[in-house]
Design a protein around this ligand. Structure first.
Ligand code: ADP
Length: 490
């Protein structure tokens, strides 16, 4: 079935500042390219520091204006209106996301129920702001105090291209729940879904200035946001070097940060695992979204006695994964986001071919696919944990299978990485499942599954995968600060 291109996907897209769609100060636009075929879909505004100033000023005005007086019930009603607008228009949003960043419709449509739950979850958290406690005091008689939770103010969101339709809610959701206001910077490679979502939100009744979108390059918009004295908190998802730049720039006004960075997550397959589940489970743990997922389980540790069988079955599985244009029926994985990302992944495949044994995939798709950025699901065997392909984040559909002998060795190797985002293990042994899962140093561990995340639980990382939590109550609380007020009542 041919999928129609939504009317939104054409022409030039402006910036959303203070409720108005405005031209960027630079007057320049950036091509939004469909990674499935290299064609230009639309053009997005190339914002810069001047636009960030305007957006922050609008967000500050909104924060201090009538929005500050919204009751928890009014914020809840607004979030539920936003929920309905998103759910009612989800097919359009899924197609825009697929066109703009390449993930197949099977994936982008699949966000619908999850996002519906997430938005309802945030709607249920609007009562956190302003919660008052009057703890008993010991200082002296005649005093009382109240502790409250207050909104931090203007929050910035800098998000990547690997799933903006999902990722933007980690900023907009808690901002609306708490009464903060937001300036969002989507990635230059995939901004269209964020723009359309923001348009729908304004139509659903979000007050002017409560959400603002400044598209453009990281070095211009992202850097200006990180340095900005008027932004109180930044949520960032992306690469480690960018996070380090943001941490440095944030020193200007010691803004709060929440960082979710890369990973090189371990997925450990023990010899007692049910391979009928472990092979596709660990396989899609790497290949899904063409490997462009921070939690991808790219280091697959396999117990030596089943290593060869596992490698054979994983390679066979990799060949069954249907790759193609995300709009086509039955496609499981689409192209990589860009020529730059394609070259990066090809570079790692070249390095891996020298370091280890390439057992399947590794090629760019040719013929009808040559205008897109497609790479076959790729499996390397006989990898050791100190090789480049086992140390560095590739962000492509590339699995490294690493043999091990004992549980202790598997755990030591799994933790031998600067990252700590996620991890998985496959075993039918309950004791082992508990021992190993508790030993993995990462923000999330999956046992006999991979990649599931509940909106009410959320996720985050440790070590060099960042800090702060996305989703769950703690996430909403991180948009609030604690305040104590003392009264002398003697
Ligand atoms: P990737 O390599 O996956 O594109 P990045 O960390 O470069 O990861 O990008 C994630 C987001 O960070 C994007 O929105 C990008 O524009 C933005 N970004 C890039 N450089 C900077 C920077 N110096 N300061 C702030 N944001 C940046």
């Amino acid at each position: 079935m041919t999928i129609a291109t939504p009317a939104f996907v054409q022409g030039t897209k402006k910036l959303l500042i203070g409720g108005e769609w405005v031209e960027p100060s630079s007057g320049q636009y950036i091509d939004a390219v469909n990674p499935a075929n290299g064609e230009v879909l639309a053009r997005i505004a190339q914002g810069d520091a001047r636009d960030v100033d305007l957006a922050v000023a609008a967000a500050r005005r909104a924060f201090e204006g009538p929005w500050s007086q919204y009751t928890p019930h009014e914020r809840r009603k607004l979030l539920l209106s936003v929920h309905d607008a998103i759910v009612d228009n989800f097919e359009e949003l899924a197609v825009i996301e697929t066109l703009d960043m390449g993930a197949p419709l099977a994936r982008t449509r699949g966000y619908k129920e999850w996002l519906s739950q997430l938005l309802q979850f945030y709607a249920g958290q609007t009562g956190l702001r302003g919660i008052q406690q009057t703890p008993p005091l010991s200082i002296a008689p005649g005093f009382t105090a109240i502790k409250t939770l207050e909104p931090v103010g203007v929050v910035g969101g800098i998000i990547p291209w690997n799933g903006p339709l999902m990722g933007l809610w980690w900023i907009y959701g808690p901002a609306l729940a708490t009464g903060c206001t937001a300036v969002l910077k989507p990635a230059e490679d995939a901004s269209l879904a964020a723009l359309r979502v923001s348009e729908l939100m304004m139509e659903a009744g979000v007050p002017d200035g409560v959400i603002n979108v400044v598209t453009g390059y990281g070095k211009d918009v992202g850097q200006a946001m990180s340095e900005h004295m008027g932004i109180d908190r930044i949520a960032f998802t992306g690469s480690l070097p960018t996070a380090q730049a943001i941490v440095r720039a944030s020193a200007n006004n010691v803004k709060r940060l929440q960082l979710e960075l890369g990973g090189k997550s371990p997925d450990i397959v023990f010899d007692d695992a049910d391979l009928d589940k472990a092979v596709p489970g660990a396989g899609m743990g790497v290949f899904t979204n063409s490997g462009q997922v921070c939690v991808a389980g790219t280091r697959i540790f396999v117990q030596r006695s089943i290593h060869d069988e596992f490698v054979e079955r994983l390679s066979a599985f990799a060949k069954t994964v249907k790759i193609g244009d995300g709009l086509a029926d039955g496609v499981q994985i689409g192209p990589l986001i860009s020529q730059r990302q394609l070259e990066r992944v090809q570079h790692y495949i070249e390095v891996g071919s020298r370091e280890a044994q390439l057992v399947s995939g590794g090629q760019r798709l040719a013929g009808e696919f040559e205008k897109g950025f497609y790479i076959e699901p790729t499996v390397f065997a006989n990898v050791s944990n100190d090789m480049t392909i086992a140390r560095e984040e590739i962000f492509g559909p590339v699995a490294s299978v690493i043999p091990f002998d004992t549980e202790e060795e598997a755990l030591a190797l799994a933790n031998d990485t600067p990252y700590g985002l996620a991890g998985g293990l496959w075993t039918e042994n309950l004791g082992r499942a508990h021992r190993v899962s508790s030993g993995i140093r990462s923000g999330t561990v999956w046992v006999n599954t991979y990649g599931v995340i509940d909106p009410a639980i959320g996720f985050g990382g440790t070590k060099m995968s960042g800090y702060g939590w996305k989703g769950g109550r703690e996430h909403v609380e991180s948009f609030l600060y604690q305040k104590a007020t003392y009264f002398n009542i003697a």
